[in-house]
Design a protein around this ligand. Structure first.
Ligand code: 3PG
Length: 399
């Protein structure tokens, strides 16, 4: 697949639509809790500005209805601090205000347009030709000379800002996209046994990935943890209590229990489930083995317990390649960080290790762990790529 990069782009004096992924964890007051994803794109944005481009940044934050679904003004402020060129924010995505802001840019200036997902068509999946005719793309295209996609972390989505522009404008991969495609493009060549640790809360993506890597024989082991592990436990008939069950229902993940049941039926020997769980009891961490389930009625499974940590660590110790995606528990709370910290420490020693996912990368920074071969900016996108599935945004760039 051949994709043009920034080396192929004559930047000086052009106006560029630059899609980045700065979807970040936020504090309760709506500030950025972590700026890693912004830092990742500094090279691309700075290079384009340094080379005399005018940059219209396109990005999303959160999902409609979610607590972190918000505007991009804190992101623009932080980018302005990180990039040695002026970066402003525009409170519009493609309306006249947005188009005027783009039209007023001087060489070496950037504007961050408002959250693309504030616009309903952006949260739909389209074929590229249809995405190219959406309002967002249609209105911005006349203002742009070319499109750069650096949003590897969102490359598994077929949304207009990701796949619509390159049908109508010359498309280029930014530096983050280029690096990710180079490193992640060759999973089949990595040493075995290959272990996937699938945790976190993005259950729908994780189940699809588990299915793919098992079906294609890419994975020797899939270790489940976090909310994903809880879904597998329920699928296996374990009772993790009402609080954990309600959470899975509220997130709309109960529908995936059947998929998890089917996977367990077919690949029981390669899928590993938590053997215990940590809950908060009397203000402290308490561990319950599976025999001791269910937790009490106000207790949620917040982490894997010591028996799971030991069993998983043994598998990780012998791994040729470890692919980490998603934390094993609520690592932000020190009482429930143990599972994530210990598994990740073990994974860092593997012969070859890949880390995917915003939360995963945040956990690594929290525990100050080094030694990984590649820390991807992508979560779902990283794993989708590792399974060998095509990424729509990458396909759109290669057309
Ligand atoms: C991510 O955080 O994985 C990307 O920004 C994509 O977000 P999404 O899963 O809400 O599409």
């Amino acid at each position: 697949m051949s994709i043009q990069t920034l080396d192929d782009l004559a930047v000086q004096g052009t106006t560029l639509g630059v899609r980045i992924d700065i979807n970040s964890p936020l504090t309760e007051s709506g500030d950025l809790a972590d700026d890693a994803r912004l830092r990742a794109h500094v090279d691309t944005v700075s290079e384009l500005l340094e080379r005399g481009g005018k940059v219209a940044v396109l990005a999303h934050q959160g999902r409609p209805g979610g607590d972190d679904f918000s505007g991009l003004s804190p992101h623009a402020e932080r980018l302005d601090e990180l990039v040695p060129f002026p970066v402003s924010h525009c409170d519009a995505t493609f309306s006249e205000d947005a188009r005027t802001a783009v039209g007023n840019l001087h060489d070496g200036e950037a504007v961050v347009l408002e959250n693309t997902r504030f616009y309903s068509e952006e949260y739909m999946e389209f074929p590229a030709e249809k995405a190219a005719q959406t309002h967002l793309v249609d209105r911005l295209v006349p203002k742009l000379d070319a499109y750069v996609n650096d949003a590897f972390a969102a490359a598994h989505r077929s949304q207009p800002s990701l796949i619509g522009f390159p049908t109508r404008l010359p498309g280029y991969a930014g530096r983050v996209m280029e690096r990710e495609l180079d490193v992640l493009g060759d999973i089949k060549g990595t040493p075995r046994p290959r272990v996937y640790v699938v945790g976190g809360a993005k259950v729908s993506d994780s189940i699809a990935v588990a299915e793919n890597v098992l079906e294609r024989d890419l994975a020797d082991y899939v270790l489940t943890a976090g909310v994903v592990g809880n879904v597998f436990l329920f699928a296996d008939g374990a009772d993790l209590g009402d609080v954990s069950a309600d959470f899975i229902h509220e997130q709309g993940y109960w529908d995936y229990i059947d998929d998890a049941v089917n996977l367990l039926e077919t690949y029981r020997d390669r899928i590993h489930l938590p053997k215990d769980a940590a809950v908060e009891r009397d203000g402290k961490r308490a561990e319950l083995t599976r025999d001791e389930f269910p937790p009490e009625e106000d207790e949620a499974a917040m982490d894997i317990g010591s028996a799971t940590i030991n069993a998983y660590s043994e598998i990780l110790r012998d791994a040729g390649t470890v692919i980490l995606n998603g934390p094993a528990g609520v690592f932000e709370d020190d009482a429930f960080a143990k599972g994530t910290r210990e598994l990740y420490t073990e994974a860092a020693n593997a012969e070859y290790s890949i880390v995917g996912g915003g939360d995963t990368a945040a956990a690594i920074r929290k525990f100050d762990l080094g030694g990984f071969d590649h820390v991807s900016t992508g979560g779902g996108a990283c794993l989708r790529m590792l399974t060998g599935e095509p990424l729509p945004a990458v396909e759109a760039l290669s057309r």
